[in-house]
Design a protein around this ligand. Structure first.
Ligand code: MN
Length: 233
């Protein structure tokens, strides 16, 4: 039996709708700029004919189940919400074709890619890594996983409200790179595995939160996600 110097941290995991077993997290992938209107608001329009998708990752330890309260994080004055559809991978795949991409899908979730926007933009503009902006503790908020094996979602309302006021409202049919394209492309670089989540990008309307805010989002026919922001530590 393996012994450790101290108790290893628990495996990050999410509840699965209708099941007692939890979904154990392996990796967290995020797609950058995957809705045209958001790419434009970030000052970086996307031309799909000449560009390919890009990704960043966050540590699995940043995962936070929906419905919790976090302190406004350190090191930022511009902490932003990004409402996203999340794909939950349920089977290993490497160099998967778009035609076969659906076979890797276990289900879906609604997620928030919380971001230190000020630090992300400094990093972006100086050509530095995005980690301080993106790999924020408790910043990968996710609903329960909804089992939808082999189902490819190609449309559906996606929206986020802050304190009851709608801030983001779009449709996942506006994804620049769709679910099949993302799985096929990401699998060119990684051996995708069960437990990998893919946050598929946010629509337009991203903005800052302050202490006391309540965020509530949904992806139609999938799930809802929420987060409370408390005062900084
Ligand atoms: Mn994002």
């Amino acid at each position: 039996m393996t012994t450790y110097l101290w108790n290893p941290p628990p495996v990050p995991s999410l509840a699965v709708r209708g099941k007692d077993e939890r979904y154990p997290i392996h990796r967290l992938f995020f797609v950058g700029r995957n809705y045209h209107a958001h790419a434009v608001e970030m000052g970086r329009p996307v031309d799909k004919t000449v560009e390919v998708p890009f990704y960043f990752t966050k540590s699995p330890q940043t995962l936070l189940p929906s419905g919790q309260t976090i302190a406004y994080p350190p090191g930022t004055r511009n902490f932003h919400y990004e409402m996203e559809l999340v794909v939950a991978i349920g089977k290993a795949g490497f160099r998967v074709s778009e035609a076969d991409a659906h076979t890797l899908i276990y289900g879906y979730a609604a997620g928030l890619d919380m971001t230190r926007r000020d630090l992300q933009l400094v990093a972006r503009d100086k050509g530095r890594p995005w980690d301080l902006g993106k790999d924020v503790e408790h910043s990968s908020v996710c609903s329960e996983i909804v089992p939808m094996p082999h189902v490819v979602i190609d449309s559906g309302d996606i929206a986020l409200s802050v304190n009851g006021q709608v801030k983001q409202h779009s449709n996942v049919n506006k994804l620049i790179w769709n679910i099949r394209e993302l799985i096929a492309d990401l699998s060119q670089y990684y051996h995708l595995q069960a437990g990998d989540l893919i946050y598929t990008g946010t629509p337009e309307g991203v903005g800052p939160v302050v202490a006391g805010d309540h965020l509530s989002g949904h992806v139609a026919n999938i799930a809802e996600v929420s987060l409370h922001i408390a005062a900084a530590e």
